[in-house]
Design a protein around this ligand. Structure first.
Ligand SMILES: Nc1ncnc2c1ncn2[C@@H]1O[C@H](COP(=O)(O)OP(=O)(O)O)[C@@H](O)[C@H]1O
Ligand SMILES: Cc1ncc(COP(=O)(O)OP(=O)(O)O)c(N)n1
Length: 465
């Protein structure tokens, strides 16, 4: 049982040491969103400030060493930090500082995301990649380079999944317990092995979905779009990632279907592939930060390392899916960090009034709807489905919203979820959804389902279920 599940409601604490993304999709902002989505208390040490949006970075400045040290001391001197994630360190000075804290044993369960360049082509690390590996490699519980970063750290091309495995092995020799080489930048090639494009400096930034694979764009073959779902069979040495397909890239490519986002995990001497359906979306900004902080959150919650990594990948896949159609900003936007709290499908359906076509048929106290996963909780007179959201109808009079009847309420309560989870037993929420959290529930209220469908509003109400 993790600390978060002791029943006290007190969340574990995680720390992110990273840069600020003013656009809110990556960096510190993504990390804190992710911690919160996992019901982990997030603390932060800001290493740099970037002026950044969905189209790129226009300015960046490192925070001075003394101020970063002061932040580290403030957080580590007060909180019992259970896991740490590092992101943008900017250069050798902050790299050395963070390494000192790690060497002093002050950075437990350390997830090192060696941020070097954004996928819009902006460099975020001006230091020596070799020093990065030498200093932080031995301290890392898990090192999570993307393909560009693995290439920079090792100084070699990475073209196939075999190369990814080799890269993971090579990086592991620097001392981390695990290495996750992320394949988000892999460009699909229906005619041959999956490959990644070399950096292509001249390609203009696109306002729509980017071809990933280098410092902006890719000259990799095909340029095939993503979105195909790999439904291949089981393979040994792979970790289940919440409905993820089980097929290697080579197999997928041979079949002309490479619609998987495949990462390679070397952990405790074992090599595994983690595959998930590739989500077709332009909104993939901050996926690396989100993945690394989700791993840290899960480590803070007490998950064993391979499960923490697999669960984090499933979380990222869902976050990509849930935000696939968003248009936040003109370029590649952020993912939906809170997808598990507010399933967009349920809310969108509620907004369209499609869930309560016949409110009169609902029970006197509460009613339910949902998808196949919906279950009834008789005691609470509410309903639960594995995404841990209950939707109940209340008579207008009891909620003070006369004239707005019927009314739908989406409850969001960690304690309630925990209880629901217990009632649901082992078949309850899967690992890819959130772990148990605190009792600080703030129900989210949705007024909806008017005949004219014009009165949908949503607010964070203090009303309780
Ligand atoms: N379109 C996508 N569909 C599904 N998973 C993706 C997609 N893009 C990235 N990922 C996953 O997101 C995680 C972050 O990978 P990546 O994008 O390579 O990192 P970074 O953001 O550091 O460049 C990985 O698990 C990767 O497989
Ligand atoms: C401040 C800051 N830190 C890290 C990144 C890189 O984020 P990442 O998750 O790798 O996503 P992309 O930027 O590559 O989409 C960043 N952009 N800003």
């Amino acid at each position: 049982m993790s600390r978060a599940e002791t029943g006290t409601g007190q969340p574990p604490v995680a720390l992110t040491i990273a840069g600020s993304d003013s656009g809110g999709g990556a960096g510190i902002q993504a990390d804190l969103h992710t911690f919160a989505a996992h019901r982990v208390h997030g603390t932060s040490v800001v290493t740099a400030i970037t002026a950044q949006n969905t189209r790129g970075v226009t300015a960046a400045e490192s925070v001075g060493v003394d101020l970063v040290r002061a932040q580290l001391d403030a957080v580590l001197g007060d909180f019992s930090v259970a896991a740490v994630k590092t992101g943008m360190l900017g250069g050798d000075a902050l790299l050395a500082l963070v390494a000192q804290y790690g060497e002093a044993g002050r950075l437990p369960s350390l997830v090192v995301d060696p941020v070097m360049v954004t996928t819009t082509g902006d460099s975020l690390f001006a230091g020596d990649p070799a020093a990065y590996l030498a200093r932080l490699g031995p301290l890392a519980t898990v090192l999570t380079p993307n393909l560009i970063e693995a290439r920079q750290l090792l100084g070699r091309e990475i073209t196939t999944v075999d190369d990814m495995r080799e890269a993971a092995r090579a990086l592991a020799t620097y001392g981390p317990r695990a290495v996750l080489v992320k394949g988000g930048h892999r460009e699909e090639d229906a005619s041959g092995p999956a490959s990644f494009g070399a950096p292509h400096e001249d390609e203009p930034a696109s306002g729509d979905r980017r071809e990933r694979g280098g410092a902006r764009g890719s000259d990799g073959p095909g340029g095939a779009q993503n979105g195909r779902v790999d439904t291949g069979g089981a393979r040994s040495g792979r970790v289940e990632t919440g409905g993820a397909p089980r097929r290697s890239v080579e197999t997928a490519s041979a079949a002309g279907d490479s619609g998987s986002a495949i990462d390679v995990l070397w952990c405790d001497g074992e090599m595994r592939e983690l595959a998930a359906p590739r989500v077709e979306t332009r909104n993939d900004h901050g996926t690396g930060c989100t993945l690394a902080s989700a791993i840290a959150a899960r480590l803070a919650l007490g998950h064993p390392l391979p499960q923490a990594v697999a669960g984090a990948k499933a979380y990222v896949t869902e976050a990509l899916r849930a935000a696939a159609d968003w248009r936040l900003g003109l370029g590649p936007g952020p993912v939906h960090h809170h997808h598990a709290h507010l399933p967009p499908a349920a809310i969108a359906e509620a907004a369209r009034g499609e869930l309560h076509r016949d409110p009169a048929s609902l029970g006197p106290q509460a009613s339910l709807w949902g998808n196949a996963g919906l279950r009834r909780d008789r005691r609470a007179a509410a309903f639960v489905f594995p995404a841990r959201v209950a939707v109940a109808k209340r008579p207008a009079a009891s909620t003070g919203s006369a004239g707005r009847s019927p009314r739908a309420v989406v409850f969001r309560s960690a304690a309630w979820f925990s209880g629901s989870r217990r009632r649901l037993g082992p078949s309850g929420p899967p690992d890819s959804t959130l772990a148990a959290g605190s009792d600080t529930a703030v129900p989210l209220t949705i007024r909806t389902v008017r005949a004219d469908r014009s009165s949908f509003t949503s607010n964070h109400s203090k009303e309780t279920a």
